[in-house]
Design a protein. Structure first.
Length: 748
C-alpha cells in the first residue's frame, strides 16, 4: 500500500500556459487496502499537500478522503482518472507525524490507510451555532433599576453576580425585560459560540507538592535523565496501588513542559478524566486539551486544533487521544497500561498502548507505562530488557496494603441452606466501616438484576435471537436485554419451549446486589454505578463526585469502580463472584481476573486508616485468587508465563485472530475455508493455524462468526503472511465479511 513518490516534474505547479495535469495519491475510508489516484483540478492548485482533506467521487458516492502523497506520477496510458471535487471545508490538515502513525496502523493492523486516518480525526463539529449570553454590567446594582420596573428587577436578580448565562435559559418575559435592561446599559448581551469554554481560571495555585518517597525519587531520576537526552526511551513503572505513580508522571510532565516540549497522558476510561483533568489544571493551568468520545464534537475539535496549532501542549484523554497532534512531543504516559480499554474492538483494531511506542520512537520521546498489575506483554518486555523497569515498592507514607479475607461461598451455602449473594463476613465488615463513618465499595462485574431466565421443567434458557448469549433481566426497566446487541423484550409469560409458567431468575447483577445491600444496611446512603446508570449524560462524573465528597456511603458497581480512583475514606471493599471470569474460554482469563481483583482491592485503605477486602468465591483455593489476595504479581507472572510458554501463547508468540462473518452460516463456513486455504498458500507452513471453527460467541448481532487463530514466533512475518492471504481472497470474499484483529485481547 505504498504511494508513488513525488516526481521531479511535479515540484512545480501547473504550467501557466497550460501544462500537464497534476495528480495526488488519496486514502479513502473504505475497507480496500490500496490507495487511489485523482487529478488535482486547477482550482485546487497550490492548496494540496499530504494531509489535506479533500472530497472525491468514488463510484456513485462522494466521499471525504485524505491526500497522502502529492504530486505523484501520472497513471498509465489509457487509465481514466477522476478529478477531486473540492476541499473539506473547515477540516484541518493532518499533522505529518500523525499521518505517519496512521500509515503504521494500516500496515500493521491490516486495514486500509483511509480507515486508519478516519479513526484518528476528531468528529465533524458541524456548523458553528451562536448564542446570546447575558451578564450584569460592571458597577450596576439592583438599586439602579426603578422600583416600578418589577419584571426588570426580577430578571436582574435572576442573573449571577459574576459570569453569564444563555439568554435562552430565561423565560420569554424575562428575556423581554433583559433586552430593556440592555438598552439602558444595565446588563450586557454578547453573542458567543455555543459550547465555548468558560473563562480560564488561573492554574497552579493550591496544588500540594508532596515530598517524594525514596521509591518515587528513585523512579523519577532515570526518567529525567532519559527526557534530557531527547531520544526514545520506554519505561514500565511498576508499583502497587497507592504507591504514588501519578506524582511521578506529573513531575516528569513538569520537566518536559519546562523544556518547551509536549505531553500526552492517556487513561483507559472516560470516567477517569474529570478528576484527573481537575488535578492537572490546578497543577499546570488551563493549557490542558481534553480528548475523548464523551465530549461534544465542537469541544473535541477545538482541543484538537489547539494542539495542532501549538497553543496547547498537554493532551489528556482515552484511547483515541493517541492520535492527538501534540507539537514536539516529549513524553507519553499510559496509565493503567494493562487495561483492555486501550484496545479498539472495531476496525482498525489498534492498541493505543502499543501505538505509544511507535509514536514515541518517531518523535524521540519517552514513554512511561504505569501499572500495579502490568500486562503479561509489558512485564515480559521489561524482563527481556526491551523496556526499563522502574519499581516503586509499597504505598506512600508506608501505608499498608489492605488485608484480604477470602470467603468460601460453598460453606456460606451450607450454613444458610440457600444460595446467598452477600456473605456474613462481608456484611459485618460493611456495617463496621459505616459505623466508623468510613466508606465502602462492592464490586459485582455484571449489570442488571438476573443473568438468566430459566425454565426449571425443561432447562430452557432465554437467549437473544440475534446473539449466542442469554438475555439479562433488568428489573428497573422491566425488560430482558441483550448486553451485546441491545435488543429488548418483555418478561416471558411462559417457557418458549414447554409452556411452563413458573420461570426462575438465576444469577445476580448490580441491580440485585444494590437491593440486597439496601435491605441489610437500611440507613446507608447507597448508589450504583454501572453502564446502565452512567448512560445519562454526566451521571458517571456526578456519582464519583458525590462519593468523593462523602455524600454516598457505599458504592456498588461493575469494573467501572475498580480502577484509577483515589478515595481516602474507603476502608472496605467487597468482591462478589471473584472466580466467575476464570471460566471464560479465553487464555487471558486468569490474567484479567488477577488484574481486576488487585485493582479493586487497591481502592481500600488509601487514606489514614487501614483497609480490608472481602473476596467471595466458590473456588477459594484457585491459584489466581490466592495470589491476588497476597498482592503477589511477580509470582502470578511466573506461574502464567509457564502456561503461556507451554501452549505458545502471547507474549511468547505473536497472534492474529481472523473472523469471517455473514448472516448465513453456510456461507460464513465456506468463506472461512477459503481464507484458511489462502493462509496455507501464503506461507502457512511457518505458522501455527487453529481453525476455522465457530467463535465462542458464534452468533453475534445476527451474524454467524467463523474464527481462525494464527500464531508465529515472528510478528513481522506473521503480519506479512496474513496480509498476503488477504490479498489472495480479495474478490472471492467480500471485504466487509472479514474481521482482522492483530494482537487480540479477547477471543470471544
Amino acid at each position: 500500500m505504498k504511494a508513488s513518490e513525488p516526481s521531479a516534474a511535479g515540484l512545480f505547479p501547473r504550467d501557466p500556459d497550460g501544462g500537464e495535469p497534476l495528480y495526488a495519491s488519496v486514502a479513502i475510508p473504505v475497507p480496500l487496502r490500496r490507495l487511489f489516484t485523482y487529478e488535482v483540478p486547477e482550482t485546487l492548485t497550490g492548496r494540496i499537500e499530504p494531509g489535506t482533506r479533500v472530497r472525491v467521487p468514488f463510484g456513485p458516492r462522494r466521499l471525504e478522503a485524505t491526500v497522502v502523497a502529492f504530486p505523484v506520477d501520472p497513471p498509465e496510458e489509457g487509465v481514466k482518472v477522476k478529478p477531486m471535487t473540492g476541499l473539506v471545508e473547515g477540516a484541518p490538515a493532518i499533522d505529518p507525524g500523525v499521518l505517519e502513525l496512521t500509515r503504521f496502523v494500516a500496515d500493521y493492523y491490516l486495514c486500509s490507510w483511509g480507515e486508519a486516518i478516519e479513526t484518528s480525526l476528531p468528529p465533524d463539529p458541524g456548523p458553528e451555532r451562536r448564542i446570546k449570553q447575558v451578564s450584569r454590567a460592571a458597577g450596576v446594582d439592583l438599586e439602579a433599576i426603578p422600583a416600578r420596573a418589577r419584571a426588570q428587577r426580577e430578571a436582574f436578580q435572576a442573573l449571577p453576580e459574576t459570569g453569564s448565562v444563555p439568554l435562552s435559559s430565561l423565560s420569554d418575559s424575562a428575556q423581554r425585560a433583559v433586552r430593556a435592561l440592555a438598552a439602558r446599559g444595565q446588563v450586557t448581551l454578547e453573542t458567543v459560540a455555543a459550547g465555548a469554554p468558560a473563562t480560564p481560571s488561573p492554574g497552579g495555585e493550591g496544588t500540594p507538592r508532596f515530598t517524594l518517597t525514596d521509591g518515587q525519587a528513585a523512579a523519577l531520576g532515570p526518567l529525567i535523565e532519559a527526557l534530557d537526552t531527547g531520544r526514545y526511551h520506554p519505561f514500565l513503572l511498576f508499583g502497587s496501588t497507592g504507591s504514588g505513580k501519578t506524582e511521578v508522571y506529573l513531575r516528569a510532565a513538569e520537566h518536559v513542559l519546562a523544556a518547551g516540549r509536549g505531553v500526552l497522558y492517556l487513561v483507559p476510561e472516560i470516567g477517569l478524566t474529570p478528576l484527573l483533568v481537575s488535578k492537572l489544571r490546578r497543577r499546570f493551568g488551563e493549557e490542558i486539551a481534553v480528548l475523548h468520545s464523551g465530549l461534544p464534537a465542537r469541544e473535541r475539535h477545538r482541543a484538537w486544533d489547539g494542539l495542532r496549532r501549538g497553543r496547547l501542549r498537554f493532551a489528556v484523554g482515552a484511547r483515541s487521544a493517541i492520535f492527538a497532534p501534540v507539537a514536539d512531543l516529549g513524553l507519553i504516559v499510559i496509565d493503567e497500561e494493562q487495561d483492555s480499554s486501550y484496545k479498539q474492538e472495531e476496525t482498525p483494531r489498534y492498541n493505543a498502548r502499543d501505538l505509544a511506542m511507535v509514536r514515541a520512537r518517531h518523535h524521540d520521546a519517552t514513554v512511561v507505562l504505569g501499572s500495579a498489575t502490568p500486562s503479561m506483554e509489558s512485564f515480559h518486555h521489561a524482563r527481556e530488557g526491551r523496556y526499563r523497569l522502574l519499581s516503586l515498592g509499597g504505598r506512600v507514607v508506608d501505608r499498608p496494603l489492605p488485608r484480604v479475607a477470602i470467603v468460601d461461598m460453598r460453606k456460606e451455602f451450607v450454613d444458610a441452606r440457600e444460595v446467598v449473594s452477600l456473605s456474613r463476613p462481608l456484611i459485618d465488615a460493611l456495617e463496621q466501616a459505616l459505623e466508623r463513618g468510613e466508606q465502602a465499595m462492592v464490586l459485582r462485574n455484571r449489570r442488571g438484576w438476573a443473568a438468566v431466565v430459566h425454565c426449571p421443567r425443561c432447562g430452557y434458557r432465554f437467549q437473544c435471537d440475534h446473539c449466542s448469549i442469554a438475555m439479562t433481566w433488568h428489573r428497573s426497566d422491566q425488560r430482558l436485554k441483550c448486553h451485546y446487541c441491545d435488543r429488548q423484550h418483555r418478561f416471558p409469560e411462559a417457557c418458549a419451549q414447554c409452556g411452563f409458567q413458573e420461570l426462575q431468575l438465576l444469577g445476580e447483577g448490580t441491580e440485585k446486589i444494590e437491593d440486597a445491600l439496601r435491605r441489610h444496611l437500611p440507613s446507608a446512603r447507597i448508589e450504583r454505578l454501572d453502564r446502565d446508570r452512567a448512560r445519562r449524560k454526566g451521571a458517571h462524573e456526578d456519582v464519583l463526585r458525590r462519593f468523593d465528597a462523602g455524600e454516598i456511603d457505599l458504592l456498588v458497581g461493575t469494573q467501572m469502580i475498580a480502577k484509577g480512583h483515589d478515595f481516602p475514606n474507603v476502608t472496605v471493599v467487597g468482591v462478589l463472584s471473584a472466580d466467575h471470569s476464570l471460566g471464560i474460554p479465553d487464555f487471558r482469563a486468569g490474567e484479567r481476573t488477577f488484574q481486576l481483583l488487585t485493582q479493586v482491592a487497591g481502592r481500600a485503605g488509601r487514606g489514614e486508616r487501614p483497609g480490608a477486602v472481602v473476596v467471595q468465591a466458590f473456588e477459594p483455593d484457585h491459584p489466581v485468587i490466592r495470589l491476588a489476595a497476597k498482592h503477589d504479581y511477580e509470582s502470578f507472572f511466573e506461574q502464567e508465563i509457564r502456561y503461556r510458554r507451554a501452549l505458545r501463547y502471547p507474549p511468547l508468540s505473536a497472534m492474529v485472530q481472523l473472523r469471517v462473518v455473514d448472516r448465513e452460516l453456510g456461507r460464513a463456513r465456506e468463506w472461512a475455508r477459503t481464507l484458511s486455504e489462502a493462509l496455507q498458500e501464503a506461507g502457512g507452513e511457518r505458522l501455527l493455524i487453529a481453525g476455522p471453527g465457530p467463535a465462542p460467541l458464534e452468533l453475534l448481532r445476527g451474524k454467524y462468526r467463523q474464527q481462525i487463530l494464527v500464531r508465529s514466533a515472528g510478528r513481522r512475518r506473521l503480519v506479512e503472511t496474513v496480509g498476503r492471504a488477504l490479498d489472495r481472497v480479495e474478490g472471492k470474499i467480500p471485504s466487509r465479511a472479514i474481521q482482522v484483529d492483530v494482537d487480540p485481547l479477547s477471543l470471544m
